[in-house]
Design a protein around this ligand. Structure first.
Ligand code: BES
Ligand code: ZN
Ligand code: ZN
Length: 495
């Protein structure tokens, strides 16, 4: 796919696209009077004839694709636009139309952004494991932007950076677990750090983790032949980027340090508390949190956002081996609290205890942890909404608003103190399972490891990270959920 932003139509397009909602056409400023009349009559006749989404009609002697921008239920107006653009791009590629023009001269910047996102989503495919890789037909989208073309060009650059990050996260998540081991994930992160100016990386292996007392990762990871790792990536947009102090960095006075912590179980068998076969294949996506924070910080650094951000990836494989943690085993976490492993399948919260400790050590003022943490969250909110917990109302509100701007839905869940006692251990301070409210119990467990005086939000993306049937702009597999909202949050916090 190619995007060309132009002030006025080149006349080279093979078709143009018109978005409509019910009977009214969107972004129609550039239509000729004659075309306007024809479009009006098409849309008025919609109910009588067999008129379908993506219908192809001649308007003013130009083949025109009519795209329904209100087709799905439950989506915001911006998400409708993403979906409409996604369907349009799929259709144009299938029909092998070389160039499609979209008249967006009177679109608001965020509407244009949504349309771009939809086009990018349609361009994604994961065929690394197919014996034959088919080249998709390359469509050029000519965006007619009128006097907004300079603004739109900048937006298109930013969206391309964001989508590169979304694709990175999706590729990592979709890769088989035998190919993406913790060590292989580290390799990927090293490459990203090397090629992203301003991004530095620190990696701890099993020996270092053990020496420094990051025992959550050690406890979970020791049962596997693939050793666990912790990665800490750092970017400071308040100082220098590419060797020079940015204007934005100079203007900035806030001392916020946002630390993103990601669960990175490259596979989760459940350990000795083995998962049933049906729920196991999806566990290739149990490193979605780590992939999301890696992708987000790559984009944040590339966009040179004027804020200090770090990302901590907690990588391990939860496997069965002769060194696997046994139910009933007790370990001492980095913050000194002792934990009895009641259920080896509740491993995410154990590795995250180390990620939260690391966030404290590097001076986080704000922490967002992101994890495919509980089946209970999948049952509560399904695949379309992520539940989150926060100890800070301001951060919680930002999560919801930034999510909305990115068409990612977040629902606030309670850190219900009444369930906290259920996490008390008999011999140890804590155990890793609690009350029946599984997602809340997991969040309350994590809260025990949040450094003092730190604003914290925990996103449980178990339902939204990976889909086994088509959902919005994902056919099967990783959705990339969360990458855009994390970038938007960094953007919002840096304002
Ligand atoms: N990785 C799973 C959670 C999960 C479930 C992610 C479904 C994606 C889809 C997590 O490690 C887990 O197994 N959690 C257990 C915890 C329980 C044993 C307390 C769960 O939710 O069943
Ligand atoms: Zn598990
Ligand atoms: Zn897990």
């Amino acid at each position: 796919m190619k995007i060309n932003i132009v002030q006025s139509a080149s006349g080279k397009a093979n078709a143009s696209a018109l978005f409509f909602v019910k009977k009214s056409v969107q972004f129609s400023d550039v239509l000729s009077e004659n075309a306007e009349k024809q479009v009006e009559s098409v849309l008025n006749g919609m109910e009588d004839g067999p008129f379908e989404d993506l219908e192809y009609l001649e308007i003013d002697n130009q083949p025109t694709i009519f795209v329904d921008a209100a087709k799905e239920r439950g989506l915001s107006a911006l998400d409708h636009l993403r979906m409409a653009a996604y369907r349009l791009a799929k259709k144009a590629s299938k029909r092998q139309i070389p160039m499609v023009s979209i008249m967006l001269a009177d679109a608001a910047p965020e509407q244009f952004k949504s349309i771009l996102h939809g086009l990018h989503y349609a361009d994604y495919k994961f065929d690394a494991y197919k014996s034959k890789q088919k080249d998709a037909f390359q469509v050029t989208f000519e965006i007619v932007a009128g006097d907004q073309s300079a603004v739109f060009k900048k937006i298109a650059e930013d969206v391309a950076v964001e989508h590169k990050a979304v694709v990175l996260a999706k590729n990592l998540i979709n890769t088989c677990s035998s190919d993406l081991t913790p060590a292989e994930f580290v390799e990927n992160a090293n490459t990203i750090a090397k090629y992203t100016p301003g991004l530095s990386i620190k990696v701890r292996n099993m020996k270092q983790l053990e020496k420094e007392g990051f025992m959550g990762l050690v406890t979970v990871g020791k049962g596997s032949s693939h050793e666990p790792f912790m990665i800490t990536l750092s970017y400071d947009g308040t100082k220098t980027v590419r060797g020079t102090k940015t204007k934005a960095a100079n203007a900035r006075s806030s001392s916020d340090h946002l630390v993103l912590v990601g669960k990175g179980l490259t596979f989760d068998t459940g350990g000795l508390c083995l998962k049933p076969p049906k729920s196991m294949p999806e566990m290739i996506s149990d490193m979605s949190g780590a992939a999301t924070v890696l992708a987000a910080i790559q984009a944040i650094a590339t966009l040179e956002l004027p804020i200090k951000v770090s990302a901590v990836c907690c990588l391990a494989e939860n496997a069965i081996g002769n060194k696997s943690v046994l139910p009933g085993d007790i370990f001492k976490a980095k913050n000194g609290k002792t934990v009895m492993v009641d259920n080896t399948d509740a491993e995410g919260r154990l590795v995250l205890s180390d990620g939260l400790a690391e966030a404290g050590l590097i001076g986080a003022t704000h922490i967002v942890d992101i994890a495919t943490l509980t089946g209970a969250m999948v049952r509560a909110l399904g695949y379309a909404v992520a539940g989150f917990f926060s100890n800070d109302d301001d951060l919680g509100l930002k999560v919801i608003n930034c999510g909305e701007a990115c068409c990612e839905k977040f629902w606030s869940m309670p850190l219900e103190e009444e369930y906290a006692d259920a996490l008390k251990g008999n011999f140890a301070d804590l155990k890793n399972t609690g009350s029946d409210a599984g997602a809340i119990a997991a969040a309350l467990f994590l809260q025990e490891f949040v450094p003092e005086n730190t604003a914290w939000a925990h996103w449980d993306i178990a339902g939204t990270a990976f889909v086994s049937k088509a959902w919005k702009y994902t056919e099967f597999g990783a959705t990339g959920f969360g990458v855009q909202t994390l970038i938007e949050l960094a953007r919002e916090m840096s304002n």
